[in-house]
Design a protein around this ligand. Structure first.
Ligand SMILES: *Cc1c(COP(=O)(O)O)cnc(C)c1O
Length: 231
């Protein structure tokens, strides 16, 4: 089932990319495995998928310790500063850096490990007060702070627009994230200003996100099915 869902989804992503004149290889699928067991990750990996997204540190750590070392994880949940050490150890990218204190903590642990880490800035593009993320206007300052932290490679921006039933409603938010990224790239605030990552789009709205420039789509339900409830 997972293998078939992955195949269908990858075809749909490629088709969406072609339809809007984009190279399908410029879009990476982050398979969101939160609340699914390690076996689900292993099954998707056997089907040839490498990149996964996790929201909870302890859960991610458990999966990381049992799946193939070839598997890569992105952290996409809210990261508490006291979990920065584990995050520095196990994720190939932290997509949700949204404050200086967290960036400083990650940089400290990465320095001890002697490794650099790709990160994204999570931007609260909808201005939704109960969501995490920097305000769009504060993103530039955070990137300037991060420029002083040598172990962090700021690769781009991530967002989660306010939830609605109609995926078209997300389009203006995706567009706003892209325009913000373009203006920050023009000031050379990312580690690679010609290849800036935009992490946006989930099961319901990934096609719209691709049309608006997503380079990372984070998709769970379309691959793994309905998520088990939180315990
Ligand atoms: C759960 C989650 C997703 C995936 O959502 P689906 O609707 O299952 O595709 C993507 N991004 C984040 C940040 C999430 O928490």
């Amino acid at each position: 089932m997972i293998a078939r869902n992955l195949e269908k989804l990858k075809n749909s992503i490629a088709e969406t990319a072609r339809r809007c004149g984009r190279d399908e290889n410029s879009i990476r699928l982050v398979a969101v495995s939160k609340r699914f067991p390690a076996e689900a990750v292993a099954e998707a990996h056997r089907a040839g998928h490498i990149l996964f997204g996790e929201n909870y540190i302890q859960e991610a750590e458990e999966k990381y310790s049992v799946v193939s070392p070839e598997v890569r994880f992105h952290f996409i949940g809210h990261l508490q500063t006291n979990k920065a050490k584990t995050a520095a150890e196990i994720f190939s990218m932290v997509e949700t850096v949204d404050r200086k204190k967290l960036a400083v903590a990650l940089n400290k642990h990465l320095t001890a490990l002697g490794r650099k880490q790709d990160i994204l800035i999570q931007v609260n593009i909808g201005g939704d007060s109960n969501k995490s993320g920097t305000e769009p206007a504060e993103t530039r300052q955070l990137l300037e702070d991060i420029a002083t932290l040598p172990m962090l490679r700021p690769r781009g921006l991530m967002t989660m627009p306010p939830f609605t039933d109609d995926p078209e409603d997300a389009r203006p938010y995706f567009r706003e994230l892209r325009l913000l990224a373009e203006s920050l790239a023009a000031e050379n605030l990312f580690s690679d200003n010609k290849n800036v990552e935009l992490s946006m789009g989930m099961t319901n709205d990934y096609r719209i996100a691709i049309e608006e420039g997503a380079t990372l789509v984070r998709i769970g339900t379309a691959i793994f099915g309905e998520r088990p409830p939180k315990n």
